[in-house]
Design a protein around this ligand. Structure first.
Ligand code: SAH
Length: 349
């Protein structure tokens, strides 16, 4: 039988797993804190656990951690991009960014992605597998261990579609916000989705204080279906309805992501349609000049168009900002480092 993925267990689950092998509750609490407070990557680091118990733990449990395969530090703004190697040899990416209010990490939820958005590097090559809750945590813990900073904000905006790995993401959210662990409150976490509508409703019904980011990128079905295949399943109106429901249930302002692509979705007509679509909603629009991915052939909108688009939205009552570009010298956007690493090794098949 395989070993139990111990870092994906809640404290209660760990207590009951330990009781089955006659280990007392306080031992579960100690081990839980070693993993989730002190970021231990092996049982041998747990100095208040005696040798024979460590041997026992090693036989039955494993701590799924990740190792830093590559690390790029931006000379412009200090942003750090990590390429992590998981236990089975797969690679995922995380980005650690410094903002005025503290450190924020962007983590991956899957190895690759199957959503097929035409502008995105993560989806080239499809989805290889889901990440476990512990593997999402490991990206944060490894970054904290490596950088020595305290991370206060998390965005689920790396590789993968979080709502396509719903159960593990929910487990992750419970663990990461647990006060016995790393204790990052849900108010400091954003989940970004391309718009898997039934899962947005399911999430809304949980009434979490989590921010929902919706990757919109186009204001009408014709255009959105061209760049985001998910839109052929759930169209613009359905996804906006789901966002309104999310706000009604949680009181959390929705954040819309809109990557501006030169000549594709950055014109005056799109801006006007976007205003009509979002009018009256409690929301915020994040404009991102698209990051060029060689395969897509898309170019980012020029500065003048970005400014005009942004001003038009603000002038018409839609709260809009242009996302500050961090780590532009280190290929910081999602999927790109993994892809270039695998391409250069001939592994991207
Ligand atoms: N699957 C989720 C989260 C991962 S992508 C989602 O779709 O939201 C994180 C964000 O980056 C999304 O808004 C995504 O659309 C955007 N994105 C992907 N490729 C991009 C690119 N080349 N330039 C700008 N934004 C991009």
């Amino acid at each position: 039988m395989g070993k139990i993925d111990i870092a994906s267990l809640s404290l209660d689950e760990l207590i009951s797993a330990f009781s089955k092998i006659n280990l007392p509750k306080f031992r579960a609490k100690q081990v839980y804190e070693w993993i989730h407070k002190h970021f231990a990557q092996s049982f041998d680091e747990m100095t208040n656990i005696n040798k024979s118990m460590r041997v026992q733990l090693n036989e039955q449990f494993e701590i799924l951690s990740c190792t830093v395969e590559r690390k790029l530090v931006s000379s412009i703004d200090g942003t750090i991009k990590y390429l992590y190697k998981m236990n089975d040899g797969e690679f995922v990416e995380s980005v650690l960014m410094q903002y005025k209010h503290g450190y924020s990490i962007c983590i991956s939820t899957q190895v690759g992605c199957k959503m097929g958005c035409t502008f995105c590097a993560s989806t080239i090559g499809g989805c290889r597998r889901n990440l476990s809750a512990s593997e999402m945590l490991a990206q944060i813990y490894s970054a904290q261990r490596d950088s020595g900073v305290r991370i206060s904000n998390i965005v689920l905006m790396g590789m993968g579609e979080p709502l396509d790995n719903y159960d593990n993401v929910m487990r992750f959210l419970n663990l990461v916000s647990d006060e016995n662990g790393v204790n990052i409150g849900l108010r400091h976490i954003s989940l970004s989705t391309c718009g898997i509508v039934p899962k947005i409703y399911e999430l809304a019904n949980k009434k979490l204080q989590l921010t929902l980011s919706l990757s919109l990128h186009a204001p009408n079905d014709e255009l959105r279906s061209k760049t985001m295949p998910i839109n052929r399943r759930w169209g613009v109106n359905e996804v906006i309805e789901a966002c309104k429901y999310y706000f009604a249930q949680t009181g959390r302002r929705i954040s819309f992501e809109y990557a501006l692509i030169d000549g594709v979705n950055d014109g005056a007509l799109c801006a006007a349609q976007l205003v009509n679509l979002l009018k009256g909603m409690v929301c915020h629009v994040n404009l991102i000049p698209v990051n060029t991915v060689a395969e897509s052939g898309y170019r980012r909108s020029n500065k003048k168009n970005v400014k005009e688009f942004c001003d038009y939205l603000n002038d018409n009552g839609i709260n809009t900002t242009v996302r500050r570009t961090l780590g532009s010298d280190i290929n910081a956007s999602c999927g790109q480092l993994r892809k270039t690493t695998m391409d250069s090794r001939g592994e991207n098949t």
